[in-house]
Every structure is written in structure tokens, then in C-alpha cells.
Design a protein around this ligand. Structure first.
Ligand code: NI
Length: 154
């Protein structure tokens, strides 16, 4: 396990479309472990593989709730309900945050690191994290969706 460098906005890889994972092997496990370490080191609640320069449909999330560490491979949003307007940031945009509209509740299906199907239901911050990280896999950044930027603290 290792902390990898987080790609900052402006790098082309963040705009790429990530490929489906087809092999649930040690390379994937290492990627997931490194992404988790990298996210925790940066005090983040979510990280997508393009943010460590890897264009694969892999996400880690930990919003410090009962779910603990969530690993999503090839995630798909299967349901959305309601809306929320909250402040959002991104580890690829250090020091920046803005208001983004997201669904209040989100259902996701994905695979775990062994290729077993998993389902998650999230509300509030977790719903936001699912949407934000899955956007990354399609080259979409939160900055594209900011309604209003929050003034940076000096
Ligand atoms: Ni992000």
C-alpha cells in the first residue's frame, strides 16, 4: 500500500473516460488500497482512479458512516431521488469549494474487488460522494457543476 500523487485540475487525464474493469486481480487490489491510503492521507471522503492517473472505473469512498470503506468497481447509478444544494470540494481542486446541486438519495450498483455484485444506498453526503466520484469516471468535474463558488479562506 502506498500514497500516490493526486492529479490536479488542468491535467488531461481528469477529462478522460475511464474503462470498465474486466480483471479483478492483484493489480486492482493494489490500486484500491493505494487509492484508499491516498484519500485518507488527504483527508478526503472520496477518490476516483483518474485522480491518481488511472483511467479505470474504480472509486473509493469513506464518509465515516456505518458503511466504512466503500469500494466501487464499474459503478452505475440505478436510482436518484430528491435534490440537495450543498457545498462540495474535490481533492483535485485543493482549497476550492462551491455549491453543487445533487440528488438527495442515490442507489448504486457496482462490483467489489473480487467481482461480486454489490448495491449501496446513500443519502446526504454519501449520495453526493457517489455522484461526484462517478462523474470523475466520465471526465466530469465538480467545477463544471458549481452554481456558486465559496470564497476561499485566507
Ligand atoms: Ni473529485
Amino acid at each position: 500500500m502506498a500514497v500516490r500523487e493526486i492529479v490536479r485540475f488542468g491535467e488531461d487525464v481528469l477529462r478522460g473516460k475511464s474503462a470498465e474493469v474486466t480483471e479483478f486481480n492483484e493489480e486492482l487490489w493494489e490500486l484500491l488500497d493505494d487509492m484508499y491510503d491516498t484519500m485518507m492521507e488527504a483527508n478526503g471522503v472520496g477518490l476516483a482512479a483518474p485522480q491518481v492517473g488511472v483511467l479505470k472505473r474504480v472509486v473509493v469512498i469513506d464518509v465515516d458512516d456505518d458503511n466504512g470503506r466503500i469500494e466501487l468497481v464499474n459503478p452505475v447509478i440505478t436510482g436518484m431521488m430528491g435534490k440537495q444544494l450543498e457545498t462540495e470540494g474535490c481533492l483535485s481542486y485543493p482549497g476550492k469549494s462551491g455549491i453543487v446541486k445533487r440528488p438527495a438519495k442515490v442507489k448504486v450498483k457496482a462490483f467489489d474487488r473480487y467481482g461480486k455484485p454489490v448495491k449501496y444506498y446513500g443519502r446526504g453526503l454519501l449520495a453526493r460522494a457517489f455522484c461526484h466520484e462517478i462523474d470523475h469516471l466520465n471526465g466530469i468535474l465538480f467545477a463544471d457543476k458549481v452554481i456558486e463558488w465559496i470564497e476561499e479562506e485566507k
